[in-house]
Design a protein around this ligand. Structure first.
Ligand code: PLP
Length: 394
């Protein structure tokens, strides 16, 4: 496909991309090659916690890139030590492995669980995961995910991921056997269209894992770092997992992820886990810069305020259309009574002079995941544009 002066065929055709090329971004706005502005309520798939090109991140990149970019994961560096220490203090867990993507962090969590099973549970290796879960696109994480259609592609599957149903404790209990070592889930299933596990279910899972001596692993790649209105989604259920994975918002758009473990779970031996970019100071400095802002109580209070405003907007549209809303902080979904989410996304993007970027998580589900520092006025602008787009398809 040719888009004005751009030939796109040198990139593998792995996604259905619209015919525009983005060249710049600032806060909640993304600008394409024709200079058209888009109000961005996708934000790199819930990645840009502070919006596009925030000064905190551009500054951290500039300063750190002039000091030290990558001495090798075989050496300590001050930026990685500082970020790990910060994450330990904020989460209440006790050690951290830094990586680059969410899938890579989740692979690390599964390897940790399998190592733990080898040590403490007679070689147990199965990790119970959930229908409709999303944990990433590596071969093992595609097996761990419960995304429809993924069970039949790229065979053979990585074994060891039996599937339970979210918010159904008996479905988990029924899968526990001598080979089970852990239960892994997203506290809110993001890619499934913002489907929350109830606090009660999470508390019951914690108790079930304790009773059966299993590890509880939370994939907070999408929900962590303020997205749901608390720094970590697990805080809302007043429990703590044994292993926690973070990604997306932690790097605020830069490739940074983490596996955190408590003392009980951290059993990696030297050589078990690593990678060329794991713990590189350039990304670690970005992670600390993000936390400098997002971990502040006043910032999180503002996230909750904006989340309430956005939910009120979506509730109003849902009521008018006969739909519903699922919300967890600034991760929200408008469930439509008809499967028009994709056409609504296209219509909203094509509005002029300003387009609106939304995500269709399902044919009838619009997902909104703005920057955590989105303004009151930007939510009002989204409201107006969304209303127009819905109007055209109802
Ligand atoms: C809950 C969850 N886990 C893992 C991933 C994979 O992260 P990445 O794309 O950085 O590998 C995602 C991405 O959407 C996610 O939402």
């Amino acid at each position: 496909m040719k888009i004005d002066q751009y030939e796109t065929t040198a990139l593998m055709n792995t996604a259905a991309r619209p015919a525009q090329v983005f060249v710049a971004g600032r806060g909640s706005w993304l600008i394409d090659h024709r200079g058209k502005r888009h109000l961005d309520f996708v934000q790199g798939w819930a990645v840009n916690a502070l919006g596009h090109c925030p000064p905190q991140i551009t500054r951290a990149l500039a300063v750190q890139s002039a000091r030290l970019i990558n001495p090798s994961p075989g050496y300590f560096n001050d930026a990685a030590l500082a970020l790990a220490d910060r994450l330990v203090r904020l989460s209440g867990l006790s050690s951290v492995f830094l990586a680059s993507s969410g899938a890579e962090a989740n692979e690390g969590a599964i390897k940790l669980a399998r190592r733990w099973g080898g040590r403490h549970r007679d070689g147990a290796y199965e990790v119970i995961t959930f229908a409709d879960a999303f944990h990433g696109r590596t071969l093992a994480m595609m097996s761990a995910s419960g995304k429809a259609g993924w069970d039949t592609i790229f065979e053979p599957k990585v074994p060891g991921f039996p599937k339970a149903r979210l918010n159904d404790l008996e479905s988990v209990r029924a899968l526990i056997g001598p080979r089970t070592v852990a239960v892994m889930l997203e506290p809110v299933q993001g890619e499934a269209g913002v489907v929350p596990a109830s606090a009660e279910f999470l508390q019951q899972l914690r108790a079930l894992c304790d009773a059966h001596d299993l590890l509880l692993i939370f994939d907070e790649v999408q929900t962590g770092i303020g997205r749901t209105g608390t720094l970590f989604a697990f805080e809302a259920a007043s429990i703590r997992p044994d292993v926690l994975t973070l990604g997306k918002g932690l790097g605020g758009g830069a490739p940074l992820s983490a596996v955190l473990a408590n003392e009980r779970a951290d059993c990696f031996e030297r050589g078990d886990q690593g990678g060329t970019y794991c713990g590189n100071p350039l990304m670690a400095a970005v992670g600390s810069a993000v936390l400098d802002t997002v971990a502040e109580p006043a910032f999180l209070a503002a996230v909750r305020e904006r989340a309430a405003q956005m939910q009120a907007v979506l509730d109003r549209h849902a009521q008018r259309l006969g739909g519903s809303v699922r919300a967890a902080g600034l991760l929200q979904a408008l469930v439509l009574p008809m499967p028009v989410a994709n056409p609504v996304v296209d219509t909203a993007r094509l509005f002029a002079p300003d387009g609106l970027l939304l995500n269709a998580a399902r044919p009838n589900v619009l997902r909104l995941m703005p920057a955590l520092n989105v303004t009151e006025q930007e939510i009002a602008q989204m409201d107006a544009l969304l209303g127009q787009a819905l109007e055209e398809h109802s």
